[in-house]
Design a protein around this ligand. Structure first.
Ligand code: ADP
Ligand code: MG
Length: 723
């Protein structure tokens, strides 16, 4: 459709749009989990011993006996067929960060004349989707091309609805035949297990008897834009790259803050209501919805869940957001920076850890004993963020997220941690006073009544920090809106595994040497604050002063994906991930390759699209307008009227600049090469990005002087404010 829809047609179509909806007769609450093969569905359909085994796996991470899979498969199939499913699909999460599914029919010929529904345990447990075209960073040579999906028992199967028939979806992991992870899910599960082991060890040191598997929880706040689909189809840049490669800044932007938390337009609200309904059916606990900072920008936040489930739900949520938008004649843009100069979209990942016995381990509580335990978990995070800041930064590295980080709307690329006033003060005292002094003053001896109880809201919010404590959880604000939450959660779980391991070993060694447990904790906290306290920063992360101070503190400031991904070559990071069985060196290297390859490709596509639009849309509009100006000038002259022609002069100058910049971009594209992905991405960063920016500058200048009726692309104002 691209090219066929002119800007004027688009505006016409948008302004005459009429929403069609019959409303929903059924209360929202009744739909929750309707399409999910939940524990209670299983309970009613599985033999008791099978149900017990499956729920132990889901709740406590116990291994599942594969011979039970036949029972589950059969119950799942019956349930799905009753729900109108004819097919099943193993759903997996390849390294692109998207969601992939391969559908198979339940029906298989029975060998005589009929056909019958078949779905066996082995089909549930394992699939072989081939799927060899997904990027794998060299893990799958043609000689070892097999890839398998494997059932993830901990993430429930669900029904995907379509007016023409439903599909049973089974969340899976995706691995090569050598057992190497080809997806985003496998390392998440591995990292969860590694973290849990160390967290349980620590809880036992604190004297807890009943210690269950500790899980990490994630709640991801999703920002997005909505624009009318007619504008989308009139913007080939949005269609191919999901962001606008051109567009002059509107005279009225977001500076009035009149959109932020403002009343939601009816059409958008109708969309949000239907979206919530769809998400509810899939058991996704959508909770918060509101306008965001930029015009046309919104946010959706579900209630947090165990991070592996939150991951799968988050992926399904993004797909559903896009699908439902179509029903309302809109396009949902999840790109990190669809509009330059306008607030971008992030996905803040809130996380905590805990289990059913000990509760949320990041809850400060108000009894000293709990404080002590809380402070150790908190210190473990401080240590992790300091020691593995490079890994955290690399976990949010993409071409599109580079537009956000450090652009005064998202946290800077420097990874620091915000504790809030009260907590920062507690750690300050630990660092300054040390165990000795605290004994004297009696203030800081952990485990005694005088330790100040911490309230749930122990500090203010800080929007400028990438990693902020928010009362009973941390919020990692750097992830991009379009990203899978897997990489950030893997990094968090991994650094926690290492820090908790360190803490346990420290405490075990000290107590074995005769130190009292409380004193050993005091010593541990002091050691961590002394070695890693530099990463704590409670000031304004947007300020220039912070850039300088962070450098002085020796904190990394990795502005681009290219810089960030180089961190994965650091021995400490390789060691961390392989030591805890999260990613082998080969797997890690493959991931780095894929990210850099995607980075370079994304930029190459953007560069080509920039050139094409400049050539086929912008330059023609500009020359037409020049022609008009020139012929007007000629007619006036012929009529003996002597008038100056500043517009014509301005046009010729700007068009010359555009032409020159287009030539340079064409050359840069032609020169795209690299023997390695590192070289390719470096080239994209240093040659393609600046060349594209120059073409855009010249074109955006023209947008402000070419006659409006000749301008081919819907403007920022139109796209962002007409809904
Ligand atoms: P904000 O005020 O930061 O915009 P939101 O309400 O938009 O907050 O989102 C907060 C997110 O944090 C939600 O997804 C919420 O479920 C999640 N969250 C709350 N408590 C926890 C917790 N203990 N662990 C993980 N995530 C949590
Ligand atoms: Mg929010």
């Amino acid at each position: 459709m691209s090219g066929s829809m002119s800007r004027r047609q688009a505006i016409e179509a948008v302004t005459t749009y009429e929403m069609e909806t019959d409303g929903f007769p059924e209360p929202l609450a009744d739909t929750f989990g309707r399409n999910v093969f939940t524990l209670s569905v299983m309970k009613s359909r599985l033999p008791k011993h099978v149900f017990k085994a499956v729920s132990a796996t889901i709740d406590k991470g116990a291994p599942l006996d594969p011979t039970l899979a036949d029972y589950v498969a059969s119950a799942m199939k019956d349930w799905a067929i009753e729900k109108g499913a004819s097919h099943y699909a193993h759903v997996f999460y390849p390294l692109t960060g998207f969601t992939a599914e391969k559908h198979d029919s339940f029906l298989e010929p029975d060998g005589s004349d009929g056909s019958l529904a078949e779905f066996q345990g082995k089909t549930l447990l394992q699939g072989e989707p081939d799927a060899s075209s997904f990027p794998n960073g060299g893990l799958r040579g043609t000689f070892e091309a097999r890839g398998y999906t494997g059932w993830d028992v901990t993430s429930p199967a669900y029904i995907l609805e379509n007016p023409n028939g439903n599909t049973l979806c089974i969340p899976t992991i995706f691995i090569s035949w050598t057992g190497e992870a080809l997806d985003k899910k496998t390392p998440l599960l591995r990292s969860q297990q590694a973290m849990s082991k160390q967290a349980m060890r620590l809880l036992k040191l604190f004297g807890h008897k009943d210690v269950d598997t500790v899980v990490s929880y994630a709640g991801a706040e999703q920002e997005y834009f909505l624009i009318d689909r007619h504008f989308y189809f009139a913007r080939p840049d949005l269609m191919t790259t999901n962001r606008t490669l051109f567009g002059a800044k509107p005279s009225k932007g977001q500076e009035f803050d009149d959109h932020y938390f403002g009343s939601i337009p009816d059409r958008v609200l109708a969309y949000m209501i239907e979206l919530d309904r769809e998400l509810f059916k899939q058991g996704i606990p959508a909770k918060t919805r509101h306008n965001e900072v930029a015009p046309g920008q919104f946010e959706l936040a579900p209630v947090f869940e165990k991070s592996n489930l939150a991951h799968d739900h988050q992926q399904l949520m993004m797909t559903t957001m896009k699908k439902v938008a179509e029903r309302y004649g809109m396009v949902c843009l999840i790109h990190e920076k669809p509009f330059a100069g306008v607030n971008g979209s992030g996905k803040h990942v809130n996380f905590s850890l805990g289990n059913s016995n000990q509760g949320n381990l990041l809850n400060p509580g108000d009894t000293p004993h709990e404080n002590e335990q809380f402070l150790v978990f908190c210190a473990a995070i401080i240590r992790g963020v300091h020691k593995y800041g490079g890994l955290l930064r690399s976990s949010v590295a993409t071409a599109s997220n580079d537009h956000r980080l450090g652009a005064n709307e998202a946290p800077p690329a420097i990874i620091s941690i915000f504790l809030g006033e009260q907590l920062a003060d507690v750690f300050d005292q630990i660092a300054k006073g040390g165990a000795k002094e605290s004994k004297q003053s009696g203030v800081l001896e952990l485990g005694v009544d005088t330790l100040p109880p911490l309230k749930a809201d122990a500090g203010d919010r800080n929007r400028t920090s990438p990693f902020a404590f928010t009362g009973n959880r941390f919020e990692f604000r750097a992830p991009g809106s379009n990203q899978s939450i897997s990489d950030p959660m893997v990094a968090i779980n991994a650094m926690l595994a290492d820090s908790l391991d360190y803490a346990c070993t420290f405490l075990e060694t000290e107590t074995a040497a005769g130190t009292e447990f409380d004193a050993a904790v005091q010593k541990l906290l002091e050691a961590i604050v002394t070695d890693h306290g530099k990463v704590v920063f409670n000031g304004d992360g947007y300020s220039d002063a912070w850039q300088e101070e962070a450098a002085a503190r020796g904190l990394l400031n990795l502005r681009t994906t290219v810089d960030a991904m180089a961190q994965l070559d650091e021995p400490e990071i390789k060691e961390l991930l392989s030591k805890y069985g999260i990613l082998s060196e080969r797997e890690l290297k493959a991931r780095k390759e894929v990210v850099l390859e995607q980075y370079a490709l994304a930029l190459l596509v953007e560069a080509k699209e920039t050139l094409e639009i400049a050539k086929t849309m912008i330059l023609p509009a500009a020359t037409r307008y020049m022609g008009e100006l020139a012929s007007t000038a000629a007619s006036l002259k012929a009529a003996g009227i002597d008038m100056e022609t500043p517009a014509l002069l301005a046009m010729t100058t700007s068009v010359k600049v555009l032409n020159k910049n287009m030539d340079a971009l064409e050359e840069a594209i032609a020169g795209f090469h690299g023997d390695t992905v590192e070289a390719e991405s470096e080239y994209a960063l240093t040659s393609l990005i600046p060349a594209m920016a120059e073409v855009r500058n010249a074109a955006d200048k023209l947008e402000t002087i070419v006659a409006d009726d000749l301008w081919p692309l819907p403007t920022y104002n139109e796209m962002l404010t007409i809904l």
